[in-house]
Design a protein around this ligand. Structure first.
Ligand SMILES: [Zn+2]
Length: 99
């Protein structure tokens, strides 16, 4: 079952919360965007996984391109609190054994 739509805590726009390859939360715009630089797909447990496509690993057939929400956030990406809310915080640290 898909997760309910999420909203940006700063500007209230619809976003998708993804987990990066580094295990960090990253908000992307809810609508796929070919101009984006983040590839994302939903894994078998319903979690959105995101990564940066590269020359070695370009976009895969089951991935879509998204724009990181911090780039389009209505509150402005220059605000430190915006980046803190939208991807640079590490909410998942508690689930990892101290690292
Ligand atoms: Zn926002």
């Amino acid at each position: 079952m898909p997760a309910p739509p999420s909203r940006c805590p700063v500007c209230w726009a619809p976003v998708l919360w993804t987990i990066t390859q580094a295990g960090k939360r990253l908000a992307v715009d809810a609508t796929p965007n070919d101009e984006g630089n983040t590839a994302a797909y939903r894994d078998g447990t319903g979690t959105m996984r995101s990564r940066r496509p590269s020359a070695e690993l370009p976009l895969l057939p089951y991935e879509r391109l998204y724009m990181p929400h911090v780039a389009t956030c209505g509150a402005g990406s220059a605000k430190p609190e915006t980046t803190r809310c939208l991807g640079l915080i590490r909410l998942d640290d508690r689930r990892r054994d101290g690292r």
